[in-house]
Design a protein around this ligand. Sequence first.
Ligand SMILES: [Fe+2]
Length: 250
Amino acid sequence: MATETLSAAAPYIIQQNYAAYTEEQHGTWAELVGRVLPELQKHAAQEYLDGFEIIGLQRDRLPNLASISARLAPRTGWSSTPVSGFLPAPAFFEMLGARRFPTTTWLRSRDSLEYTPEPDIFHDVFGHVPMHAHPVFANFLEHYGRVCASISDPAILEKLGRIFWYTVEFGLIRQNGAIKVYGSGLISSHSECRNVVDGHCATRDFDLDEVLNTPVKVDELHKLLFVVSSFNQIYDSMHEAERRAASGRL
Ligand SMILES: [Fe+2]
């Protein structure tokens, strides 16, 4: 849980200097939110939209991570913990297993609203953190971190990475007969979200074997994504993946 001491991740933990954000940066945040939120109100999973309110995200001000964490803690025990940048896998998994989401504090510039090569605070907080208010998703993500932290075989970790990619980053869910987005890469990217909403991406019911056998491509819009029927499905699938990994069947 959040009170555990971090070892692998400790060197990467920083403070968020909230007062240092400029009005220009707050304006960029507002622009980023403004260009995707109308789509999300139509196409995002209800749990994402509920989480957005629960954690108190503001549309026109960058998020203060301490305030976000204070709202999340009584709900699910997760925090949004500031880190210096991209984390090595062991540090990343250690933080997930401790319910501390590694969160970057820098914001992309106005000239690159659509794409950044590395995650920024918009991707990390706007894209990811609202889902951490949902108890089942929160449990799944902690479990994912714990399982991955216990594995060193790169081939197994790559397969487990596909579960993360096709749920946490680019997951879809069926709600009231419609396909809704909940993955952070869809939530925080106008073009990735439109790609799904406009029907340019095939969708299939989430199947663990198929997900494990679908390599991740990072340099093009998705051609295939997977739809869960509930968040219990990803929670259960991760337990199944854990069993398979433990018995050498992954
Ligand atoms: Fe992400």
